[in-house]
Design a protein around this ligand. Structure first.
Ligand code: ARG
Length: 477
């Protein structure tokens, strides 16, 4: 195809330089969006009397017929390729396609549109994972396990309590992604290269037809800024950090030393030499992909640092990082959902591994409650018992030593066990059955609200598509 821009002024570009500076290899991500923007923009130009109706409609027909692009570096990018296609189909009429717009506002708009779709996909997958976690928590009510701090056994907790921690942190990831959607939901079209245009265009109309909730008024900011893109990458990176921590725990828990979980065969690999091996490879890849996301964030932030305002081609180099961030994160969320859905928890092993000394905090609490001792005194006293207990059953040693040390009978020591301790925490967020059920209920309501948010956004994008259709049909009459 003929170069549209260099005209009589510039010599042809060096082929290697052309390839080096072209965004064609990544532009397939925004092809549909660029097409739609051109349709909406041309429809607006016609409605404002800036382009002849028949000529405008011819352009729109040519855009509609365009199905995919041959990757070709000569035309620099998808924007020029689309324009060249329309001109080749409808001749001179197509030469008005770029009136009052530029690749600068067009690419910023297209990235925002594609990003919004990806955010909705990511949120949908995260909500599905969150629902899986709620289900697995409900299935394991009453399963008692060691809770850890510093990777040392600390206090007895329940498996649902631990799974709900995953659920809770992923909730903030959903909210961050929802926020990144709202930041991206402003339309740069009409900013043109950086300075808007002298033609009497309707920016609000184009924004609405493209499914945006508002116009991004400032034109220099509109073509310059990619902070919305970093917000999304940050949201995805944080999601990956959370997934990587879950993955790490499952890897450790599936070791022989822990034996708390068994990975399903379908999600494990084996060894080419060691016939007995079963490796938690899905979790390992999730853990590693989290590092990719850190890289994407650092790469994109560095490209924006000190970049002069308005458009610079550096911005082009940011965009592929956004797409790979979404692909890595969405794949990882889906895979962790599969893992969480099918991993087998070994309740007996968890219970058997609980060290008696994890009851120490509760014993100190009981001394406060039953004997009116100060907490610090009780803490010190129980510390002494735990030292004496080394290697022996903690509660047995307490029963043997404490009555003599305090000079009173302590019959209630018999009731001290992991189950009673877990059940005794009845506060909001506590480990008792009722508190856990309450958290699960609250969690379900939260997910329902987020699903509503998702449905509303999907519906409003659909409405915009329908409005674009009927606006174009309206021009035909
Ligand atoms: N391909 C560019 C991008 O992806 C948009 C084109 C801007 N080029 C220009 N010469 N102003 O950001």
């Amino acid at each position: 195809m003929k170069d549209l821009l260099r005209g009589f002024r510039l010599k042809g570009m060096d082929e290697e330089a052309q390839r080096f500076t072209s965004s064609i290899p990544y532009d397939s991500e925004i092809f549909e969006q660029v097409k739609k923007i051109n349709v909406a923009h041309m429809a607006m130009l016609v409605s404002k009397g800036l382009v002849d109706r028949d000529e405008g409609l011819k352009c729109i027909e040519a855009l509609r017929e365009l199905n995919g692009l041959k990757p070709s570096y000569e035309l620099e990018d998808v924007h020029m390729a689309v324009e060249a296609h329309v001109i080749s189909k409808v001749g001179e009429a197509g030469e008005m396609l770029n009136l009052a717009k530029s690749r600068n506002d067009q690419v910023a708009t297209a990235i925002r549109m594609r990003l919004k779709e990806y955010v909705l996909d990511a949120v949908r997958e995260l909500l599905s994972l969150r629902k899986t976690l709620l289900r697995r928590a409900s299935e394991h009510l009453g399963v008692v396990m060691p809770g850890y701090t510093h990777m040392q056994q600390a206090q007895p907790v329940s498996l649902p309590t631990h799974l709900l921690a995953y659920f809770s942190s992923l909730g903030r990831d959903v909210k961050r992604l929802m926020a990144s959607y709202e930041f991206a939901d402003e339309c740069p079209m009409g900013s043109a290269a950086l300075a808007t245009t002298g033609f009497d265009i309707d920016r609000g109309l184009v924004a609405r037809l493209l499914g945006f909730s508002k116009v991004m008024e400032d034109p220099i900011d509109a073509v310059s800024s990619r902070d919305f893109l970093l917000d999304a990458i940050f949201g995805l990176m944080q999601t990956m950090l959370d997934l990587s921590r879950m993955a790490e725990e499952l890897i450790v828990w599936s070791s022989k030393e822990f034996g708390f979980v068994e990975m399903p065969d379908e999600l494990s690999s084996t060894s080419s030499i060691m016939p007995q091996k079963k490796n938690p490879v899905v979790c390992e890849i999730v853990r590693a992909k989290a590092s990719n996301l850190i890289g994407e964030l650092v790469a994109t932030a560095s490209m924006l640092k000190s970049l002069p305002y308005s458009y610079n081609l550096d911005l082009q180099e940011l965009t592929p990082h956004l797409w790979s961030s979404f692909r890595d994160a969405i794949d990882s969320i889906r895979m962790m959902n599969k893992v969480m859905d099918s991993v087998k928890f070994d309740a007996e092993r968890m219970r058997a591994d609980l060290d008696g000394s994890t009851l120490a905090t509760s014993l100190a609490d009981m001394l406060v409650e039953r004997l009116g001792m100060s907490f610090r005194k009780a803490h010190n006293l129980v510390g002494l018992i735990s030292k004496k207990a080394e290697g022996r059953e903690f509660v047995e040693v307490a029963k043997e030593l404490l009555p003599a040390m305090l000079g009173v009978e302590l019959p209630w020591l018999d009731s001290l066990n992991p189950e009673s301790v877990v059940e005794s925490r009845k506060v909001l967020g506590g480990t008792s059955r009722d508190s856990t059920l309450k958290l699960i209920e609250l969690g379900k309501k939260e997910v329902e609200k987020e699903e509503l948010w998702l449905d509303e956004r999907l519906a409003s994008l659909k409405r915009a598509d329908a409005e674009l259709e009927s606006f174009v049909s309206g021009l035909r009459r």
